[in-house]
Design a protein around this ligand. Structure first.
Ligand code: DGL
Length: 259
């Protein structure tokens, strides 16, 4: 069981921003990535639909022997993590949520922008977190309109992308935010563009990937699930969106097609 893969799930390609940190920090662990590219984006879909899609996808991953599931999708976590934990009590699940706490604790201006999908920002999880820190900072929830589509179509470097991203980022900075939380795993792929827009202004981007990786390590130890030290890891990519999409997943993390 210990050499079985860790499952990494996202609605599409966004979870690869978590996958690459896991691969770097856990070099003995096999990883099975499932991107639901055929049904992405999830962000504006009704709660029931996101729940059903997430449960179906996770069941496929479990049938491939995953020893742990990382919901590398803030939207899927907001909707489905409690349900999945109740349904599969023996499986360790790691969920993602916007890194509001470190942003609120470090802001100097007292204003924190949280970029995420509509479904994540509506969710109980985010409402609870923002209520908890409401007396420490002004939290501005903002949907990254069009961001997921750009990343799914690998248009990060196209000239029009900067305009789409600017339309979302400038109002957050104008409102006085000095922290911008990337609360959707697709958004780190736009980090360079966001940094260019921020320019010299004292605004820090806050991401959750490292905290999630530490949580994965903690749970591997707690459940005694670490792969053997001499285990040669395998990296599997799955999707029902077809072979070209699977190749695009591999390309996004710098693995050659078919290898
Ligand atoms: N990457 C996902 C997240 O972290 C969702 C993107 C989408 O499907 O809308 O929220």
């Amino acid at each position: 069981m210990n050499n079985n893969p860790i499952g990494v799930f996202d609605s599409g390609m966004g979870g690869l921003s978590v996958w690459r940190v896991l691969r770097e920090q856990l070099p003995h662990e096999s990883l099975l990535y499932f991107g639901d590219g055929a049904r992405c984006p999830y962000g504006a879909r009704p709660h029931e639909e996101v729940l059903r899609f997430t449960v179906e996808s996770v069941e496929k991953m479990l049938s491939h022997g995953c020893k742990m599931i990382v919901l590398a999708c803030n939207t899927a976590t907001a909707v489905a993590v409690e349900h999945l934990r109740a349904q599969y009590p023996a499986v360790p699940f790691v969920g993602l949520e916007p890194a509001v706490k470190p942003a609120v604790l470090s802001t100097e201006s007292g204003v924190v922008g949280v970029l995420a999908t509509r479904r994540s920002l509506d969710g109980e999880l985010f409402c609870r977190t923002s209520a908890k820190y409401a007396d420490r900072a002004r939290i501005l929830p903002v949907v990254g309109e069009g961001f997921v589509e750009i990343v799914e179509q690998s248009r990060e470097s196209e000239p029009e992308t900067e305009e789409t991203v600017r339309r979302v980022i400038e109002p957050i900075i104008d409102a006085g935010a000095d922290r911008i939380v990337l609360g959707c795993t697709h958004y780190p792929f736009l980090r360079e563009v966001i940094e260019r827009i921020i320019g010299e202004r004292p605004v820090v981007i806050v991401d959750s990937a490292d905290a999630v990786e530490r949580r994965v390590e903690y749970l591997l130890d707690e459940h005694n699930l670490r792969a053997d030290k001499n285990h040669a890891p395998s990296y599997t990519f799955m999707s029902e969106a077809g072979e070209p999409y699977i190749n695009a997943l591999r390309t996004k993390v710098g693995l050659c097609e078919g290898k």
